[in-house]
Design a protein around this ligand. Structure first.
Ligand code: C2O
Length: 516
């Protein structure tokens, strides 16, 4: 294994991803920030310097942080955020995780303003035999874009009148971008890819957005799905796929289409199912351009027109997990602990619409972290409530397991919207997804897909299974930034004794105690 060093300087700048000037938070002046590329088991060292006038924290989505829970980068849970003018060196090994993922600010809604980037981790073993080979790779990071600064949108969203007069209506994006470029009101630009003719390319797709699921397609090109959040799946050919916020896929394409004369639209279409009001001027049809090397002399854009689709191929939706079968059979172990949770949105006493998991709405601890509380309890040989094997509301909703268990987390979504949930530090098995409440419906015990971000359908349920063998405090939350800020987050504390013994760097404690 190698050690890979990076330096990120976080700053606030004026940018114009879709041609409209807006405030952005960026790493090294860029959004998306620098791509981190490494091999499985490598060590990653990132010195993050905060030049903002607020705190910040960077989370490495999907990584296990085994024995380094304190570098998970989650504000109020594993750190208090890097104060303005200070830095933190995140230093961790990748462990067994590989695949396509991303990093992003985990401080309030900061990543909405552009503080995201790609993480590509190559496996040390060859891909499973049933995965076709590819000649080259490209990265496509797609996101919804808000022209206003997210903190202002958040303040309006979490006010008694809400952003549009209805508390709970999420801020609706103005547009989007593909690798940092989008189009709006006749302005903006197109991200361009030039690929060699007659080759197979792996396209890594990341929805690094805040609210909208995004449908991805390339005119005339069938897409062969081979990876889902780091899990190789049996090749599955589609014409387009819808990717929920924080999910990733890899698709293979072959650059041998004869239609279109070597110039094609790459389409990222924001799905409007979460949009609760009309955003004037909004553009949901964001495009990039894919050119074959043979056609690159022709500088004009592909011709206008609707998506031609791919004959006899269907789409895959963001909840259609049944079509995605692990390439290597993954038989989950039998569960030893079932836990039941549900969530919903309600107005609080001040008329602010908040999210509640089993009755508790999360707010990040200020000047402290759950991790430090668990450690303090360990040092004073008390227990940080709630105690082992229980799941109950507390000042911080926390599921604690004090021995290695196979947990089934049964989640009922009592809300009428879809919610992409993410579990930190683990890749759970998706055991079952359905409509209505969970009442013992059959689970997929034969070959369950493992992925770290799963959509819990509106008025439906999802059952995930994971092993509590990774010491630390791990967030499990809705990845729609507005919902996380409204409290749609719970925490899982695996092995509190080992968590209490983690060697938390003094700088993280000092930064919690720092003013600002
Ligand atoms: Cu991608 Cu809690 O984060």
């Amino acid at each position: 294994p190698q050690t890979r060093f990076y330096h990120f300087t976080i700053s606030k700048v004026q940018g114009a991803p879709d041609g409209v000037s807006k405030p952005m938070l960026v790493a090294n002046g860029m959004s998306p920030g620098p791509t981190i590329e490494a091999n499985q088991w490598d060590r990653i060292v990132v010195n993050v310097t905060n030049n903002l006038d607020t705190r910040t924290a960077i989370h490495w989505h999907g990584l296990y942080q085994n024995k380094t829970n304190y570098y998970d980068g989650t504000t109020g849970i594993t750190e208090c955020g890097i104060p303005p003018g200070q830095f933190l060196v995140y230093n961790f090994t990748l462990g067994e995780f590989y695949g396509t993922t991303w990093y992003h600010s985990h401080f309030s809604t900061q990543y909405t303003d552009g503080l995201t980037g790609a993480l590509v981790i190559h496996p040390t073993d060859p891909a499973p035999k049933n995965i076709p080979k590819w000649d080259g790779e490209i990265m496509v990071q797609m996101t919804d874009v808000y022209h206003n600064f997210s903190q202002e949108l958040l303040n309006a969203y979490l006010s008694p009148s809400g952003i549009d007069g209805t508390p709970g209506d999420e801020p609706v994006p103005d547009g989007g971008s593909l690798n940092g470029l989008g189009q709006y009101g006749g302005g903006g630009d197109y991200f361009n890819f030039t690929l060699e003719d007659d080759k197979t390319y792996r396209i890594r797709l990341v929805n690094s957005g805040s609210l909208a699921p995004i449908r991805f397609s390339i005119d005339y090109h069938p897409l062969t799905i081979i990876e889902v959040d780091g899990t190789f799946v049996k090749p599955y050919v589609v014409t387009g796929l819808t990717i929920a916020v924080a999910q990733r896929y890899s698709v293979l394409i072959h650059t041998n289409q004869t239609e279109g004369h070597g110039r094609y639209w790459m389409r990222t279409l924001l799905q409007s199912n979460m949009f609760t009001y009309v955003q004037p001027g909004q553009n949901v049809d964001i495009r990039g351009v894919l050119k074959y090397a043979s056609g690159v002399k022709n500088q004009s854009l592909p011709s206008a027109g609707a998506d031609p689709g791919v004959p006899s191929r269907k789409d895959i939706g963001d909840m259609d997990t049944a079509s995605l079968v692990p390439a290597v059979v993954s038989r989950p172990p039998n569960p030893t602990r079932p836990y039941y949770v549900n969530f919903d949105f309600e107005d609080n006493a001040n008329g602010v619409n908040l999210a509640y998991i089993n009755g508790t709405s999360w707010t990040p601890l200020s000047g402290n972290t759950t991790l430090l509380k668990v450690r303090n309890a360990f040092l004073t040989s008390t227990t940080y409530a709630p105690v082992g094997g229980s799941v109950q509301p507390g000042d911080q909703f926390l599921l604690t397991e004090d021995s290695i268990q196979v947990v089934d987390l049964i989640i009922d979504n009592l809300d009428n919207g879809d919610h992409p949930f993410h579990l930190h530090g683990h890749t759970p098995w998706i055991m079952g997804v359905g409509t209505g409440r969970y009442q013992g419906q059959a689970l997929n015990t034969a070959n369950a897909l493992r992925r770290d971000t799963m959509v819990i359908p509106a008025d439906g349920y999802t059952v995930i299974r994971f092993i509590t063998d990774n010491p630390g405090v791990w967030a499990f939350h809705c990845h729609l930034v507005w919902h996380m800020a409204a409290g749609l987050l719970m925490q899982i504390n695996s092995l509190p004794t080992k968590t209490g013994q983690l060697d938390i760097p003094q700088v993280i404690i000092d930064q919690c105690n720092a003013s600002a």
